[in-house]
Design a protein around this ligand. Structure first.
Ligand SMILES: Cc1ncc(COP(=O)(O)O)c(C=O)c1O
Length: 377
């Protein structure tokens, strides 16, 4: 007997398009007719609107979130002969970006309640760097699942050592810490607009934000062959441009982002209630932070069995991420580990389970998920 169809997928970028179809179609038609398709007025408009929404001095669009991280490292002068600290419990993209600039990734563990960088282990590696590694030149905390990382102690520890912090905000557009949006709390931050993100394009896109206008000018040059003046490269750059079509689409979607994040939190609150009395605790929220639920993630030791029961009820789930970066075939011999050897990361990878989460989920779909969870009591 074949399984019933999935009526509530875990993610659904097509629903995001359909919800805003008229505005998106008009934006695309405008670009098609304009005759200008890369780095034009739509990109400039989106950069200005995103910077204003975020509360940053400047925003610079680029090809995707991985490139944004690599451009941030380049702009800070980080490359071969440098170590960059980040977590192993993240999208492989965070570590790929460190390797793209020729630096050495040093991966540390997470705070088990929040799935984000452990500031205690960060302090340890900054105070006593592991032997044989080049000097630590940058730290990349990831605001994973929409939950801000513990930036206050992370920034303090890095400040004592003069090491810059790059916030990876790919999963946390709109999340706040002590009333300020993540992405404005450090020198540079990066965003991804992959279609499933809280702010998702209909293709690839990325962006860097900074409070430093000089740094912004350098990044803008680096994303396009190191040009400050057309055809004159005065730095060694790359080609990582945001195209006009995606920028025009993102301008439409940005107008709805705060309301969509509120809807995500509403859905999260319903899941929280439904979990009451089950063996699984709702995601822990950090004090002083506002979570934007890019993903709603449970810890479920017997994950496969619950996934199968939810699947039988037509509910899709996901695992973010099943294999930590330091255990990936391509990376296991290439990355250095902190003193914890990422023990808690390995446990998390075996347990994390993502429930359906996107603002277009209907009340009936949310109710279906809640009923299925309630049956687990
Ligand atoms: C935490 C994190 N960092 C970086 C990236 C890279 O973004 P992109 O897929 O746009 O290159 C992603 C998205 O996949 C991500 O989730």
């Amino acid at each position: 007997m074949s399984a019933p169809p999935v009526t509530v997928p875990q993610a659904n970028p097509g629903a995001g398009y359909r919800a805003l179809r008229a505005g998106i179609d008009a934006a695309v038609a405008r670009v098609m007719q304009s005759g200008w398709y890369v780095l034009g007025q739509e990109v400039r408009g989106f950069e200005a609107e995103f910077a204003a929404w975020l509360g940053a001095t400047a925003a610079i669009g680029c090809g995707n979130g991985t490139d944004a991280l690599a451009l941030a490292l380049r702009a800070l002068g980080v490359g071969p002969g440098a170590t960059v600290v980040t977590v192993s419990h993240t999208a492989v993209a965070t570590v790929a970006a460190i390797e793209m600039v020729g630096a050495t990734p040093l991966l540390i563990d997470i705070e088990p309640d929040f799935f984000t960088m452990d500031p205690g282990e960060l302090t340890q590696v900054l105070d006593r760097p592991p032997a044989g590694l080049p000097p630590i030149r940058a730290v990349i905390p990831v605001h994973l699942y929409g939950q801000p990382a513990a930036l206050t102690p992370i920034i303090a520890a890095c400040g004592r050592h003069g090491v810059p912090v790059i916030e990876d905000c790919a999963q946390a557009h709109g999340a706040t810490l002590d009333g300020r949006r993540v992405g404005t709390l450090t020198e540079i931050s990066t965003f991804s607009f992959y279609p499933t993100k809280n702010l998702g394009a209909l293709g690839d896109g990325g962006l860097l934000a900074t409070q430093d206008a000089g740094l912004a000018a350098n990044i803008a040059a680096l994303r396009q062959y190191g040009w400050r003046t057309h055809y004159i490269s005065d730095a060694v750059g790359v080609n990582s441009r945001l195209d006009e079509m995606q920028a025009a689409i993102l301008r439409v979607k940005l107008q709805h982002l705060d309301a969509q994040n509120a809807r995500r939190r509403e859905i999260a609150a319903k899941y929280d209630q439904a979990l009451h009395g089950t063996p699984w605790a709702p995601p822990t929220r950090r004090d002083g932070a506002e979570h934007v639920f890019h993903l709603y993630v449970l810890r479920v030791p017997e994950r496969a069995a619950l996934q199968a029961r939810l699947r039988a009820a037509g509910i899709g789930t996901g695992v973010h991420y099943p294999v930590p970066v330091h255990m990936q075939p391509a990376y296991r011999d290439r990355v250095a580990l902190g003193p914890s050897c990422c023990r808690l990361t390995e446990i998390a990878a075996d347990q994390v389970l993502s429930l359906p989460m996107y603002p277009e989920l209907t009340d009936a779909q949310v109710a279906l998920v809640c009923e299925a969870l309630s049956r687990e009591r």
